[in-house]
Design a protein around this ligand. Sequence first.
Ligand code: CP
Length: 324
Amino acid sequence: MSNSMKGMSLITLEEFSPEQVQALLSQAIELKRKKKARIFPRSLADRNFCLIFQRPSCRTRTAFAIAAADEGAQAHAMSPQEIRFGSGESIKDIARVLGRMFDGIAIRAYDTPLIEEVAEHAGVPVWNALTEQHHPTQALADFMTLQENGIALPGAKMAYVGEGKANVVTSLMVAAAKLGVELRVVTPKGHHPEPSLVDRLLGWRHNDKAKIVVTSDMREGLLGADAVYADMWVPMEGNWDIPAMARDFRGYQINRAAMAMTENPRAIFLHCMPSQHNLETEFARKHPEAIEATDEVFDGPLSRAIDQAENRMHTIKALMVSTV
Ligand code: CP
């Protein structure tokens, strides 16, 4: 069976086989090595990509732009005011037109069905650059970071500490089920992922080592972890009762004591970012009770958060090269 990913869109990562996900990670590691050696294969020369970001982004948008440039392609950023999905023009019409202009389309949107509809009609690969429900390109970078730190994926134990219904952890669960990772979702009661989602993901897991454990107990979740993954407790967009959410997450901060709960002195720290880990943001100065990690951990010797952010670009490049 061909393992080719040519023409594939990335919506939730469920579309990709475990072998294809692993191939993307291996290719990203190779592309990173080449970039460090200043080798640019430019396998996407003369291609054009459309970046539509309906929501703010630092990492993902720059990752798509730089990945395209490194491979000799051009990335064209379109504002939400220019691309009026379903308000001034039907999603189907916009998708068909963009598919004639571009060789691939990255979209950051609110809801996944918008991206599914564009993918259905564009005729070129469409990449989900984050929705409320999914963040698949983030999960690729996260597991690449584990792998480049010598942590073999089948059997790896990763503890995600944060909102259990968030897009980031949903995509981590999808990837973990594919790659044979034991993912512990450590989150307060009331923030657990939907049990039906967990059951569904484990129902088609391809590797016996894949596990998804949902717990509110920090000790249970962190013991033996190879990696501890923190996320913000409160989304950056929207109107949230921040003090109430911070109260829910009290005791879930990733600090030295939390890292010690792994009983693994080599456990690495991951974060998808943006992060609140000191008082250098307006958000944290206003809500210091919502700081999810300490500086000591975030900037400590076992933190791989900045590598992980860099790896967004290498994995997105692998995705572009493989699917276009
Ligand atoms: N982690 C992440 O998606 O970052 P941005 O929102 O900056 O793209």
